[in-house]
Design a protein around this ligand. Sequence first.
Ligand code: GLC
Length: 501
Amino acid sequence: MSHTWWRGAAIYQVYLRSFADGNGDGVGDLAGLRSRLPYLKDLGVDAVWLNPWYPSPMADGGYDVADYRGIEPVFGTLGEAERFIAEAHELDIKVIIDVVPNHSSTESDWFKEALANPAARDRFWFRDEPNDWQSIFGGPAWTQVPDGQWYLHLFAPEQPDFNWDNPEVHREFEDVLRFWLDRGVDGVRIDSAALLVKSDTAYEDLDPVHDVYRRWRQVAEEYDERVLIGELWLADQERFARYLRPDELHTAFNFDFLACPWDPDELRRVIDLTLATHAPVGAPPTWVLSNHDVTRPVTRYGRSDTSFAHGGALHGVPSDPELGYRRARAAALLAMALPGGLYVYQGEELGLPEVEDLPDELRQDPMYARSGGANPGRDGCRVPLPWSGDEPPFGFGGSRPWLPQPESWRKLTAESQLADLDSMLNLYRHGLRLRREHLGDGTLTWLPAAERVLAFTRDTGVTCVTNLGTETVPLPDGVVLLASGGLEDGALPPDTTAWVR
Ligand code: GLC
């Protein structure tokens, strides 16, 4: 099998609205991202994945796309996007964008046309009567239009679902793919990838969706080394692997690993299951600890229940910040050592906690409003990054970021962490550099280990040991390349990972 770049890449997720603000309006943008490219280069990532950057009313943070061939004016222009792609490539950083094929925006031309003219509704999922489906964000999945028909929206009402039985929808997305591949993007992350094709009684993981991705794979292969990445939240591993067959998607996010509690047996089970799922189809596994939809690891790992359930952000569950931080460091080195690709969500490398005390009136995630406030939503992991200085906006840009940053983040700025050799940022920088040299794509062999300890050797000769127990344990002989915390006389304390060679 050819070893192409994406098989072992470390991919950094940029949530553009919250990364860096170049024009001072409080919202992150392309100018801010371009100015911070050297930071990403120094961090040592191979690629960046950007959440949707298209024109959007932002009913769901840009996942309500009004025009798939443009750039949201708040973020910049198409010309700037092209310059960004070129500048990233000059630094040897690949660019992955987000494509949202399950649903559009009520502000898209197609939907406006459908509203105005009932004969133009076949691109969406209109019915005379709704069924009992509930929206993934809460509330009914159907909204009635003035003439009496209903349209389906699996997410917010501002996100009408496409009808993938209509060949025009297929043609449109193949054309959109080419539009961006022609502009040099190295891959696409496919939003809600298992939901596209529907029947009147089901919408998840229906077989004909695979025909869509077979076509997309053909489109991708008209170009050089472009990658298709699926967002697939599927419980059934065998069904999951079907999306990664050699003529479909290249990789998918490993949400089982992300959701897994900090428990050695559970982690071992998920890692083995992941490897066993990917091997038959020849796709590289991926290792994900966080993204823009989930509670930040530092907070999650400090709770008594360290697992995560989709849509399962929680209000006010106590978390021990020191314990969470220590475990998040250990988890980072574990994830970096596993064979395959790696995702790092912005701020993870700074050890940012979830911001749980945002004022309710500032919360923007539709999950919050549609659950009647029962679910705090995902704003707490989307707070603008702290770059430098002693007070908000911590070098983010402008004076007032779209979500307020905690004062306590003065200790977590990229600037202050760069100066501290033991910081989370330096752990990531060091780890990613070593990973590039010694880890990434390949295989692992488990080693015998003490109770509550995970130990494996990589095909490259590096051994990774994670201690999830309560006692300090000896390390195998060799040179310690990196450890997530201090060792005790050469032995590995609880909640710590070390790499040995
Ligand atoms: C995906 C995105 C999420 C978005 C949803 C609807 O799960 O990651 O942020 O809200 O799809 O597009």
